[in-house]
Design a protein around this ligand. Structure first.
Ligand code: FNR
Length: 373
């Protein structure tokens, strides 16, 4: 099958892509310590994965110290971090690529050893995630019961997202992606399995979506709506997420985001389980993109277990506009070129996904290197 559909141009807010093979946000936990500072190998890694007219979305990046939940994940709030990111954006722009910074707050998916002052993590409500998390030193311990945020604290975090977006633009990013997916703080507000608040941020769907839309409004006011994307994972259960009416919740959220005219909505398709090697394990799950695209009305990027063939088919069908690839991009720095030419793909090594050094990070060969060997 020809993958031609992936190699058509696409306007995404303020940027114009020349193809639709997007690099998905991928936490790799390789920032310089202490300080969560992007370092030289991070710039090499992103530069390797840049392509002319292609879009990279960075790994999830802490907006503040309180947002931290994964040791080694980078931040975007200190001058050192922003200088580190500047080298990343320059490496991507040097190849004619675009790069958005994914900004997050992990909420309850954290541990007091990573929190300012050693306090317990925060969330919408005092409901711990199931299972275990790691501490700052990678000890596995049960999740702690988080502390519900007060309304003034919520207002502060909204403003911190806006500041993170300003910082991103100052460091050369083309835009930001607000991380509303995969069970982190925004998702904890969205779903009634984790949000039992009785104030204006809990209860009816409109209240639970408010935190998200306040953040999007503040970020759009800070850097322009045409430089803002949002990632959501309807039907995703990662990090212990559940809602009593997922379809209605995300219909409303997609409609509200559509009204705001942001650059794109990035949907994690529920069929793929990023924690296992098996693709399409939830093959009977609803197709998020075709359901929410009409509600949103703008550019949809879909992610989750795509191959070149299934991505091209999805774009041809009109239910998605571009496809983000995660694991295939880890193993294939030149994934767009490989898909375009039908070249074979390198296998990725799961054991080096999180943490460590250049091994399993910047040493996957590009086609040119392989030809020379
Ligand atoms: C992820 N994923 C992810 N998602 C996100 O929104 N922010 C992140 O920082 C990360 N980090 C991350 C790390 C690693 C190692 C993996 C494998 C996944 C999810 C990712 O963006 C994507 O949605 C899934 O990997 C499914 O797509 P693929 O891998 O099937 O193309």
């Amino acid at each position: 099958m020809t993958l031609e559909a992936l190699f058509q141009p696409l306007a995404v807010g303020a940027i114009h892509l020349s193809h639709r093979v997007v690099m998905a946000p991928l936490t790799r936990m390789r920032s310089r310590q202490p300080g969560d500072v992007p370092q030289a190998m991070n710039a090499i890694y992103y530069g390797q994965r840049a392509s002319a007219g292609g879009l990279i979305i960075t790994e999830a990046t802490d907006i503040t110290e309180q947002a931290r939940g994964y040791p080694g994940a980078p931040g975007c709030y200190s001058p050192e971090q922003l200088a580190g990111w500047r080298a990343v954006t320059e490496a991507v722009h040097a190849k004619g690529g675009f790069i958005f910074l994914q900004i997050w707050h992990t909420g309850r998916i954290s541990h007091s050893s990573m929190q300012p002052g050693g306090g317990v993590p925060v969330s919408a409500s005092a409901i711990p995630a199931p299972g275990n998390h790691f501490t700052r030193t990678f000890e596995s311990v049960p999740f702690e019961t988080p502390r519900p945020l007060t309304e003034p604290e919520i207002g502060t975090i909204v403003e911190e997202f806006a500041q993170a977006a300003r910082n991103a633009r100052a460091a050369g990013f083309d835009g930001v992606e607000v991380h509303g997916a995969n069970g982190y703080l925004i998702d904890q507000f969205l779903r009634d399995g984790t949000n039992t608040r009785t104030d204006g941020y809990g209860g009816p769907i409109a209240n639970r979506v408010r935190f998200l839309t306040e953040i999007v409004d503040a970020v759009a006011a800070a850097i322009g709506r045409d430089r803002v994307g949002v990632r959501l994972s309807p039907w995703g259960t990662f990090n212990g997420m559940a809602d009593s009416d997922t379809g209605a919740l995300f219909d409303y959220a997609a409609t509200e985001l559509g009204r705001r005219g942001i650059a794109y909505l990035h949907l994690v398709e529920p069929r793929a389980d990023q924690t296992s090697d098996t693709n399409a394990i939830h093959a009977d799950a609803p197709d998020a993109s075709s359901r929410f695209k009409p509600r949103f009305g703008g550019v949809i990027i879909a992610a989750g277990g795509f191959t070149g063939e299934t991505a091209a088919r999805a774009v041809s069908s009109g239910s998605v506009d571009a496809v983000a690839f995660g694991r295939l991009f880890i193993g294939n720095p030149d994934l767009p070129e490989r898909l375009r030419t039908g070249a074979p793909l390198n296998r990725y090594d799961r054991s080096t996904f999180y943490g460590g050094d250049e091994h399993g990070y910047t040493d996957y060969p590009a086609l040119q290197q392989q030809a020379a060997e």
